[in-house]
Design a protein around this ligand. Structure first.
Ligand code: PNS
Length: 159
């Protein structure tokens, strides 16, 4: 079975993430979306809350599993027997950081390949931090996140 992992902090998950997740799910037998800790980010939602929000968005997809893990991605991939790590690439500005992580993960777990999917054009500018900033100022985020999690985000972050 071809298993891929789609890792991220997903704080919160956006339309851009969902696009990458659903496209990746069409390419593999099983896709594990895993909520992880990014040491450089301070999160607004707990890992459990982030998992629940993603589940609400991808519940219809039978080959998508949502999980969280507090450790190294390379170790998690080995534990799950994954062949691939899927990441979305927006602009060139993502590239250096993603390239560095892909090389580090390859060193730690040579059995897993990192594959990059280019973001859909309409999501080029979209990020979780942008969504949070707009929500915190009372702006309309309905075009940026799935409708099923809109209230979760506004209740936590909105004005
Ligand atoms: O959505 P993000 O914040 O860009 O995702 C980054 C994430 C969480 C995938 C990355 O920080 C990560 O892999 N964290 C787990 C710890 C780890 O394995 N660190 C080494 C990566 S080289």
């Amino acid at each position: 079975m071809n298993i891929a992992i789609c890792p991220g902090s997903f704080d919160p998950v956006t339309m851009g993430h969902i696009d990458i997740i659903t496209r990746a799910a069409n390419m593999f037998d099983k896709l594990i979306v895993v909520v992880m800790n990014n040491a450089a980010k301070k999160c607004s939602f707990t890992p459990y809350e982030r998992v629940e929000m993603i589940k609400k968005c991808v519940g219809d997809h039978k080959n998508i599993v949502v999980d969280c893990y507090d450790g190294l991605l390379a170790e998690y991939a080995a534990e799950k027997g994954a062949n691939a790590i899927i990441k979305g690439l927006r602009a060139m500005s993502d590239f250096e950081y993603e390239f560095q992580m892909a090389l580090a993960n390859k060193k730690l777990n040579p059995k897993v390949e990192t594959l990059f999917l280019t973001t859909a054009e309409q999501n080029m500018y979209l990020s979780s931090s942008m969504v949070k900033q707009i929500a915190s100022m009372g702006g309309d985020i309905s075009g940026f996140v799935p409708a099923v999690i809109l209230d979760d985000i506004i209740d936590r972050i909105g004005k």
